[in-house]
Design a protein around this ligand. Structure first.
Ligand SMILES: NC(=O)C1=CN([C@@H]2O[C@H](COP(=O)(O)OP(=O)(O)OC[C@H]3O[C@@H](n4cnc5c(N)ncnc54)[C@H](O)[C@@H]3O)[C@@H](O)[C@H]2O)C=CC1
Ligand SMILES: CC(=O)C(C)=O
Length: 257
């Protein structure tokens, strides 16, 4: 039987890379869809050298045509597509007075437009292939509760949960599920940068910056990218077939509902 195929955006490093590696272990062929070629190719090579099957497809997720082309290229190569993980995102630190129109456009195009284009392109491919599929969107604990200094980012992540819920209803008749995952504080370049910026603004060190975000984690430790990939693997697999429109919180116990 041929492998199922997963398309993972922002998989050149951090959480996306861990998701790609985990889904490969779970038997998926993987499209590493990333902005920067060097990092994306390296992850694809690592998966192939490890006995998996991966290709690199270059994409700027904020560009609709590029998202459609990247998914087309994936289906041309592997002959199928079953799971799309809209993971890529940016997280600048933005005290409210500092936000500019350019920054607004950049964050909302990268984080929010990308999910819409990714959903449209996935729907098109699933329909052409004549089967359903799974769309999985990256929100954040900061998309469940507003975080200080992150007004642009938090707002964009709240929007992703709204889009997830709406499109789950729209696409259910096509046997397409749409869910989101909400990581907590994960040791990746994005989070290190946020902690650094917040610390600098307060004249403190990076450890202090990280503590301002991590002090309320019930399980008492920062997340590894693999903790997040474990949850996404569940959403990508058969055991989540009867779940749609939900946000799975992967935050070690930060936000409770
Ligand atoms: N690190 C954390 O603590 C948390 C991260 N998240 C979310 O998880 C997702 C992944 O985050 P990290 O791995 O931490 O980020 P990261 O910054 O470490 O990695 C992001 C990856 O996305 C790629 N990328 C950036 N812009 C792109 C674009 N326009 N088109 C294609 N690829 C692009 C980068 O090249 C990089 O490979 C993001 O959506 C982020 O908002 C959510 C909650 C917490
Ligand atoms: C970067 C992020 O998603 C946080 C702080 O939750």
């Amino acid at each position: 039987m041929s492998k199922k195929v997963a398309f993972v955006t922002g998989s050149g490093q951090g959480i996306g890379k861990a998701i790609a590696q985990r889904l490969s272990k779970d038997g998926f062929a993987i499209a590493i869809a990333n902005l920067t070629e060097e990092k994306g190719k390296k992850v694809a090579d690592e998966i192939n050298n490890d006995g998996g099957e991966a290709i690199f497809v270059q994409v700027d997720v904020s560009d609709r045509d590029q998202m459609f082309n990247a998914m087309n290229e994936t289906v041309k190569h592997f002959g199928d597509l079953n799971v799309v993980v809209n993971n890529a995102g940016v997280g600048p630190t933005t005290p409210i007075d500092t936000i500019t129109p350019d920054q607004f456009d950049f964050v909302y195009k990268t984080n929010v437009s990308s999910v819409i284009w990714g959903t449209q392109a996935a729907k098109q491919q699933f329909e052409k292939l004549g089967h359903g599929g799974k769309i999985i969107n990256a929100t954040s604990q900061a998309g469940v509760v507003g975080n200080p200094n992150l007004a642009l980012y938090s707002g964009s992540k709240f929007a992703i949960r709204g889009i997830t819920q709406s499109t789950a209803r729209d696409l259910a008749p096509l046997d397409i599920t749409v869910n989101a995952f909400a990581p907590g504080i994960v040791k990746t370049p994005m989070m290190m940068d946020i902690a650094h910026q917040v610390a600098q603004n307060a004249n403190k060190d990076d450890e202090w910056g990280m503590k301002t975000f991590s002090k309320d984690i019930a399980l008492g430790r920062l997340a590894e990218s693999s903790d997040i990939a474990n949850g996404v693997a569940f959403l990508a697999g058969k055991d989540s077939d009867y779940i749609t429109g939900q946000t799975l919180e992967l935050d070690g116990g930060m936000q409770f509902h």
